[in-house]
Design a protein around this ligand. Structure first.
Ligand code: CP
Ligand code: NVA
Length: 312
């Protein structure tokens, strides 16, 4: 596999290998400090980022390489140069490209035209690198045997919901997504793909509009912001009304399994998708999850550049 463009590009063996290496990097960040020696990695972002940018730049540095951060408005791409030409130029200077943008199709076009690995660092449709950090956190908390456990996502059927359903399918998990039906439900094609993956992994993919039924006996309750980057401001009031029943409060956490944890990719909006007492409480693992962004991106880069990820 050359690129990581979608979560569904990965197979469980790839994820397990990346997580094994990431666990090692979490303990010893400099254990492969020559892997990208004399190499450069471009990080091109068209949307804001705190974690993914810091994680990517520090991951490259810990592998001995040099990150080159490029803001969306700094390339000639914004002045009409094509994605294909840009991909060829970046391939001539750099050894990998990490990209955050709006359209999934743009990341795929970069991947198709670049000779170097291209990594999706969030699009409107997907967020594969986040799920690596999430599953390292899940594995650390519950171990590798997740049989009998339920993994619930609550809220907007957005890029995070897509990535969560897809990675759950890959990992053979029992995944439930509780979202409003209609406009803010996950994309039907993504759900169909997750269900197809689930057939071969033994996963169960369930959709519901009931936050309570999803949360009941869940080992993980996961949520994300209600207004994602690029969401139309004109829909804010309507969207917040529709999503209000999915707010993760203590009452909802009390329905979870006894050892159930709270996860969130961050940034968070306390009082909207999660209450302060939950995200800042004892069952929240959000800080560990956030710091695993670096070790997982480091492991992904390490294996991708070495051509060791087979892909689906
Ligand atoms: N979770 C995540 O992707 O955070 P940033 O938007 O800060 O990168
Ligand atoms: N759904 C959010 C995720 C942020 C990491 C967004 O796209 O803005």
């Amino acid at each position: 596999m050359k690129d990581l463009l979608r979560t569904s590009d990965l197979r469980r063996v790839d994820v397990e290998m990346i997580l094994d290496t990431a666990a090692e990097f979490a303990q010893h960040p400099l254990s492969k400090s020559e892997a990208l020696k004399n190499r450069t990695v471009a990080i091109y972002m068209n949307k804001p980022s705190t974690r993914t940018r810091l994680a990517s730049e520090s991951a490259v540095a810990h592998l001995g390489g040099t990150p080159i951060f490029i803001r969306g408005d700094e390339l000639q791409l914004g002045r009409g140069e094509t994605i294909a030409d840009t991909a060829k130029i970046i391939s001539g200077y750099c050894d990998a490209l990490i990209v955050r943008t709006f359209a999934q199709g743009d990341v795929e076009e970069l991947g198709a035209n670049a000779s170097i690995p291209v990594i999706n660092a969030l699009t409107d449709d997907d967020h594969p690198t986040q799920l690596l950090a999430d599953w390292l956190t899940i594995r650390e908390t519950f171990g590798k045997d997740i049989s009998g456990r339920k993994f619930a996502y609550l809220g907007d059927g957005n890029n995070m919901a897509h990535a969560w359903l897809t990675m759950g399918a890959i990992m053979g998990a029992h995944v439930v997504a509780a979202t409003p039906s209609g406009k803010w439900a996950p994309d039907a094609a993504v759900v169909a793909k997750a269900q197809e993956i689930a057939k071969s992994t033994g996963a169960t993919i369930e959709l519901t509009d009931s936050a309570e039924s999803a949360a009941t006996d869940a080992s993980v309750i996961y949520t994300d912001v209600w207004m994602s980057m690029g969401d139309p401001e004109a829909e804010r009031a309507e969207k917040i009304r529709a999503l209000a029943p999915y707010s993760v409060t203590n009452e909802l956490m009390n329905l979870a399994a006894g050892d159930g944890i709270f996860m969130h990719c961050l940034p968070a909006h306390r009082g909207e998708e999660v209450s302060a007492d939950v995200i800042d409480g004892a069952r929240s693992v959000v800080w560990r999850e956030a710091f695993h962004r670096r070790s997982t991106i480091q492991a992904l880069l390490y294996h991708l550049v070495r051509g060791e990820i087979k892909g689906s």
